[in-house]
Write a protein that binds this ligand. Sequence first.
Ligand code: K7E
Ligand code: CUA
Length: 664
Amino acid sequence: MKNYKLFTVTVFAFSLLLGFTACKPKNAGSAVSSDAAGKVYVAPGKYDEFYNFVSGGFSGQLSAYGLPSGRLLRVIPVFSVDPEKGWGYSEETKPMLNTSHGFVPWDDLHHVQMSKTNGEYDGKWVFGNANNTPRVARIDLKTFRTAEIIELPNSGGNHSSPFITENTEYVVAGTRFSIPPDDKNGDVPINTYKQNFKGTISFISVSKADGSMDISFQLQCPGVNFDLSRAGKGVSHGWFFFSTYNTEQANTLLEVNASQKDKDFIMAVNWKKAEEYIKAGKGRKQSVRYAHNKYSDVTHSATSVIKTEVTVLDVKDFKDLCYFFPCPKSPHGCDVSPTGEYIVGSGKLAALIPVFSFDKLQKAIAAKDYIGEFDGIPILKYESVLYGEVKKPGLGPLHTEFDNKGFAYTSMFVSSEVVKWNIKDLKVVDRVPTYYSVGHLTVAGGDTKAPYGKYMVAYNKITKDRFLPTGPELSQSAQLYDISGDKMQLILDYPTIGEPHYAQIVPAELIKNNSIKFFKMEENKNPYFSNGEAATKVVREGNKVHVYMTAIRSHLTPDNIEGIRVGDEVYFHVTNLEQDWDVPHGFAVKGADNGELLVMPGETQTLKWVPNRVGMFPMYCTDFCSALHQEMSGYVRVSPAGSNTPLLFSTGKNYPASDTAQKK
Ligand code: K7E
Ligand code: CUA
């Protein structure tokens, strides 16, 4: 949604036409109530009540905060390399970022969703999307690490993703950019969009036992832009709803050309039907290439497999699978109420919020209340599906979440506010300013069947004067509101990592007791594991040198290594021998064109280093682990290529000079 900064200008002009004025809220400083501090104060040593998982946007990462304190607990590397944690730098983690395009060290993570059981958070995994090179990641909350990444073929920009069904049957992902399917010639003129471009929606199955993902099937849909989506729940379980834009099928200057029509569509998908067709063998096998990467907490390493086939249903061949219904002006958020009955479309350029009824949708389908077809998909009549419209909510509605008292909360990008309205009578009951230009918002449990309410967080794109200046770029921010009373109350600002889009607020109780404290040494199946200092060694295989190393407070074994030559590929396989919570050791060596290693207790991680000059290379532990952490270090001696310095390694002893001399 970075684009919205540009987009503001257009909407601003548009709003003037409508007679509104987009304006910045006044008195930013005084908008905080006097009891705010008490509401967010979590005493030192006390835990927060909620975890807040916040997408990092163009940082490609996910961060975990505590609420209500706003404390940053951890940045979890997902789609982008993170030298701080060795993610994408260690040999063990590199395969996690493999794709059919090769190693991709960055992405753009917009949406995060927690796994659900019976429509409520179950605390097991969170999923995130890669918007640029289409992928979906699963983060395991036992370790707060990315456990799996699956690439999505036939996809060009995985924005409408990942959205989860009531029992995590599927994680669903819709393509933002339509493109020619992967098995078709993509080398066609761009202006053949209407003939050649298709949109794809992927249904990724998730194993109940261990969360393993697999692309179950894909739906090939008309070429439009899929923006956001939600699974049905309760009465609408078995359905999925996707907002679309660019139903004009423009391929250039979308800002203008994709804003021509008064209404775009929401697409309703009967995924239970799609499942039936797949079971009945109606799918078509399509040859594709996509990477499927998994990280094992036993081998402490990742594997990447390239898969070559998906099963596709072409939705226009099945008359009871997909339906369009009109939604005013470039819908963005498409959100489903806790009961599953109401579907809220947020037209970015619309001056109202349409609320659709699942019950009316079913009746309209039964009555074939169509006003036409779009690429073979029936279009239902707006009025037949509409429950009602929220009038004059504000400007630039983007996203809606729900509380436990029958209210909905919609973010207004242009008028910088959150608007609270009643789901039944559609009356606006409260509005509060945000500072500034709110994108997503989230209510605790706000996308579940049973929201917790209590807190709402707005994620802002622009912060201007809210924090101390930091040059041309300012941190983006989250703003925490107490929503337990009739009036929403701003109680905290906290800066975020990267650009926050969607987030989840999850009770700490669901997660905190499942956290792994360390990895058991006896379960370590890494092929380069050293089971104790006695097992350490240095092994040369041609120009490859494997250093089996251990780390324990406060020394590395071996800490003196000789006989390495310029141009050798040296692999430091470091096993952390600690069996205690919160005692990682780090590892770095001078001149390595690499990140560090940060090795958890009981784990083995590998740093590759190719020394390019003769000399003495210090290595050391990077994580202050004990009073003698500064002593936790050593030396690697690098001799010329082709030299015959004997390969020696030791800790706490010196070889006689005759052993270490270069043989003449
Ligand atoms: Cu509105 Cu990419 Cu979910 Cu951002 S999207 S705000
Ligand atoms: Cu180990 Cu510092």
